[in-house]
Design a protein around this ligand. Structure first.
Ligand code: ATP
Length: 135
């Protein structure tokens, strides 16, 4: 059987995942990619979306990511995300409230910056809701 890789997902606030994984699938800006043990090293930016991995028992696990960077090495994947939480930790009501706030801001935003920020917040909220609702 193939060797496991080490998966680390960290944000500026906390370590979200630090465990062995059989495979990691992550939302790269150029498309979703998968990493198994022995992968050629690469570095990529990430989109807002969900990272999926199989833990060492083969169970699928999901983590929300709001952009950032990933480094893949033959025995390790390190994700530095702006924010991240495991699917089980997603608060759906909070995400729904964030989506509503963002929609209001997009309608009333006074500057382009307000609009772009609100759109990014809406995308985070929708991604969280979608991921949490697949539980
Ligand atoms: P909000 O407006 O609700 O804070 P946000 O998209 O602006 O949402 P982020 O900046 O992405 O929030 O995240 C800030 C912190 O709050 C991070 O630690 C993140 O994991 C956590 N977080 C944000 N939204 C949720 C949620 N719906 N459920 C669980 N944790 C969340």
């Amino acid at each position: 059987m193939a060797e496991n890789i080490r998966l680390e997902v960290v944000t500026p606030e906390k370590s979200v995942v630090s465990e062995a994984a059989q495979i990691v699938m992550a939302p790269g800006t150029l498309g979703e990619f998968g990493v198994l043990s022995g992968h050629t090293p690469f570095l990529t930016t990430l989109k807002t979306g969900s990272l999926k991995y199989k833990d060492e028992t083969g169970r699928e696990r999901f983590v929300f990511l709001s952009g950032g960077f990933a480094e893949a090495l033959p025995d390790r994947v390190t994700v530095l995300a702006e924010s991240a939480e495991r699917r089980v930790d997603i608060d759906i009501e909070r995400a729904k409230a964030a989506a509503e706030r963002a929609e209001k801001r997009m309608q009333s935003g006074s500057t382009d910056t307000d609009f772009i920020r609100a759109k990014a917040a809406l995308l985070r909220a929708i991604s969280r809701i979608q991921l949490a609702e697949t539980r």
